[in-house]
Design a binder for this molecule. Structure first.
Ligand SMILES: [Zn+2]
Length: 199
């Protein structure tokens, strides 16, 4: 993702927030639907080896920092799930190839059921909920509420980040068929916003 020009990356903010994009050329301006699901990947530094125990990264801290700065705070704020995926050792890779995970068809069924639950409850997906609607339908249990408030203060979240974490927690609860997000589900949603804290 950071290989794109910073200006190009910043134009993603509007569709990620509003699901629309406005294109202006000379005297003309046009509004296009642009509700999308953004899935993006990046390396931790330009050479890709930052954090490797073998010390293979040749980037100076300044070069690595400049690379990460290509992604602005406001852009990251609009990306709901951010996870770091460490490289696997060859032993871990070969153990994985023989592992039996859950079949994709079973997961797809669970996703469809969670989506249906959202449409039944509120007539739209969790992603489309406004701030007030989030307060109504995403409210976690008491322990979850406390955890969320503490995490928001500790990590200095914006209001936008706070509401986005709540929506993710609500979605995790929907996948589990739960009436309201539990403290564990809120904790899971918080974890999905922590990748850039450790880089
Ligand atoms: Zn590097």
């Amino acid at each position: 993702m950071p290989e794109f020009d910073r200006h190009v990356l910043e134009t993603l903010r509007e569709p990620l927030e509003a699901g629309r994009i406005t294109i202006s050329r000379a005297a003309l301006q046009a509004d296009f639907p642009a509700a999308c699901q953004l899935i993006a990947a990046m390396n931790p530094c330009p050479c890709g080896w930052r954090g490797d125990p073998g010390g293979r990264c040749r980037c100076t801290p300044e070069i690595a920092a400049r690379y990460l700065r290509k992604l602005s705070g406001p852009l990251l704020d609009r990306i709901d799930i951010q996870i770091e995926i460490p490289a696997l050792t060859s032993a871990e890779l070969s153990a994985r190839s023989s592992a039996t995970g859950e079949a994709s068809a079973a997961i797809a069924q669970r996703v469809a059921a969670a989506r249906e639950r959202q449409l039944q409850r509120q007539g739209k997906t969790n992603r489309e909920l406004s701030g007030r609607e989030v307060d109504d339908v995403c409210r976690p249990d008491a322990a979850g509420e406390t955890l969320l408030r503490e995490a928001g203060e500790r990590f200095g979240w914006s209001a936008r980040a706070y509401y986005r974490v709540l929506k993710v927690a609500r979605t995790i609860a929907d996948l589990a068929g739960a009436a309201m997000p539990s403290v564990a589900q809120v904790g899971e949603a918080i974890q999905y916003r922590r990748a850039f804290g450790s880089l």
